[in-house]
Each structure stands twice: as C-alpha cells, then as structure tokens.
Design a protein around this ligand. Structure first.
Ligand SMILES: C[S@@+](CC[C@H](N)C(=O)[O-])C[C@H]1O[C@@H](n2cnc3c(N)ncnc32)[C@H](O)[C@@H]1O
Length: 261
C-alpha cells in the first residue's frame, strides 16, 4: 500500500515544533504577553506538543505560575518531560485527548492552545472542554494560523494559487484561524478580542520546510491537480528563483482571547 507523502511536522514532530518556535518566536512572545498572566495563576497548554511554550514560560515566570500541559502524542510528551527534568523546572505533563480533558471543572485560570485547532475534527467540543476546566473570570487563548492565507510568490500564479487552495482544503480545519473569534462567541465566551499577525518568509528552504511544500505538491499531483511534469517544472522554477534569492511567502496567524463567565 502506498503511503501518503509526509511533511516534516508529520515525520519529525519534535524537531519541527522546536524549529518553528526558534524561527518564529516573536509571535509567541506577543501571545504570551496577551495572556496577562498573574502570580499564583494556573495555566493549561492544550496540545502542548514537546512543551516548547511551557518551558519558555517556566523560564520567564520562575515558578510564579503553575504550569500544566496535555497532548495526545505520547512521544512528544515524553520529550517534554525529559526537557523539563533537564531544565530543573516543575511542569505537569499528561498524555490525553483534548476532547475529554482529565482536569477538574474550574481548575485553571488560563487555558491556551497554539496551532492546535487546525488539526481538530471537532473544535467546538474541545473548546467546550477548555471552558469547563477554566474558572469563571478565567481566560481562554486560542492561537492558530489560517491555511487560506498562505501565499507564495511564484511566476506560475494560477498553478500556485491552486496548490495553496489545495493546502487549505485538504487540512483538517484549514480555515481555523479566521474562525476562532466566531467559535469563541458561539461558545459563550465574553469580551472576545484578538489580533492577527502575518509572518513573512523570504527564504525558500524555510518556507518549503514549514509548509511542507514537497509533500503538498506530491499530494496535489496524486489528487490530479496537475501532471508530474508540471509539478517538477513548478518546483524547478521555485528553486531557480530561490537560488537568486527571489522567494517570498507569508501566512497569517490569529490570536483570540475570551473570558469565561
Ligand atoms: C502543531 S502542534 C503544536 C504544538 C504546540 N502547541 C506548539 O506550539 O509547539 C499540534 C499539537 O496538537 C496535538 N493535538 C492535536 N489534536 C489533539 C487532540 N484531539 N487531543 C490532544 N492533542 C491533540 C498534536 O498531538 C500536536 O502535538
């Protein structure tokens, strides 16, 4: 049986997540500040991956906030535990599903998730769980990109836009970023506010890595989006442009905050 081509996030998730955090840490710093964490608060990172954000918070906050992380991927949680041990910080990591959080009602002050909603089959169920475990007055912070905002500068504009549309339409929840505010409103959160930031990527190696362009092009071709020769030509043109430092791409990420009544 032939396997669907994997991008770096699927094949090496820990390396991928840590590399993204290093490359695009600025959006994370701004989103950390937006949480307005107070001493003594308890925070849950829902879909924490390898714990990059919790480790950064533990170093910045020096134990004044109690930190918890949950993720369904046991291997990334194992890495997160090892990293926290090596750093000598206390963070509670658990393996679990966001659709059934193993935390008491009203046990958190802040529940946040970064780039998780795009992967969810049932985002409202997960948001309901995030709200259930948050105290009245507490905050929910949702951060996510929107695959409908991925643009790539390539001379073959029509084909390039079809490839980008394919990426949006073949992601579990490719319009997740733009939908966060509506989701928060429909879930009954109050004082919902937020912002959007675009990340500009002027480097082909980085862009093709973070957006998994090779695997995307293979899937697009296998789905009949274009022929193999056309795909090879598209890739060659992109690499030629990159060799002359002429690549540019971007994507927008949304950060939304709402209060639990
Ligand atoms: C793109 S990663 C983001 C990880 C981390 N938030 C970060 O910014 O580095 C998405 C994570 O969500 C987790 N995830 C997706 N759906 C989940 C679910 N239903 N329950 C628990 N974890 C889930 C994945 O295992 C993965 O680690």
């Amino acid at each position: 049986m032939s396997q669907s081509p994997q991008n770096a996030y699927q094949s090496t998730p820990v390396d991928y997540l840590t590399r993204i955090t290093r490359l695009f840490g600025d959006y994370k710093k701004r989103a950390f500040a937006f949480m307005e964490l107070q001493p003594g608060e308890i925070l849950l990172d829902a879909g924490c991956g390898a714990g990059d954000d919790l480790l950064a918070m533990s170093q910045a906050l020096k134990g004044v906030v109690e930190l918890h992380g949950v993720d369904m991927d046991a291997a990334t949680i194992q890495t997160a535990v090892e990293r926290a041990d090596a750093a000598g910080v206390t963070i509670d990591f658990q393996v679990g599903s966001l659709e059934a959080l193993a935390y008491e009602d009203n046990s958190m002050n802040v529940v946040r998730s970064d780039r998780v909603f795009q992967h969810l089959e049932n985002p409202m169920k997960v948001l309901g769980e995030m709200i259930r475990v948050t105290q009245p007055g507490g905050r929910i912070i949702g951060i996510d990109v929107d695959w409908g905002t991925m643009v790539l500068d390539h001379p073959q504009t029509e084909l390039t836009e079809k490839i980008c549309d394919f990426a949006r339409d073949h992601h579990v929840n490719g319009r997740s970023g733009r939908q966060l505010r509506r989701l928060f409103m429909e879930a009954g959160l109050s004082r919902v506010d937020g912002y959007a930031d675009a990340v500009c990527v002027p480097d082909w190696q980085i862009g093709s890595y973070i957006w998994g362009l090779q695997a995307l092009l293979e899937r697009f071709t296998a789905a009949g989006g274009c022929g193999k020769d056309e795909a090879a030509e598209w890739w060659r043109i992109a690499e030629d442009a990159a060799a002359e430092n002429r690549f540019c791409g971007s994507m927008t990420g949304y950060v939304m905050r709402g209060f639990v009544e």
